[in-house]
Design a protein around this ligand. Sequence first.
Ligand code: FES
Length: 123
Amino acid sequence: MRRITRRSLLRMVPGAVVLLLGACAPGAATQPAAPVGTAQEDPAAAVEPGQGAVLSIGGKKVAVFRDEAGNVTRLSPKCPHQGCEVGWNAKDKVWECPCHGSRFSPSGERLAGPASKGLDPAS
Ligand code: FES
């Protein structure tokens, strides 16, 4: 059986030397982690000022509105009338229910329609 010495091992894998030295270098354990991309960003960041959108956040639908100052309102998109999902009307800047026409302000107050109250805050 052939014996593997340290020298023969280093000849076979010179890159291992670089990796080992790098792992032992001072400060190697304190290097910041590489950026992980946009997966951890808040999906609401994609909503333009003065606009709204129904987004899927953490597996839940959320009606998100961003005002001109950048403040974000998160609401349940479930219409309080019979539970249809509201959508954002960009022209009129209101939430609208496609089922029976209830309308809600960007911050969720009832404006018109058969709904008897406004949109609930997102849970
Ligand atoms: S379900 Fe929205 S108005 Fe009826």
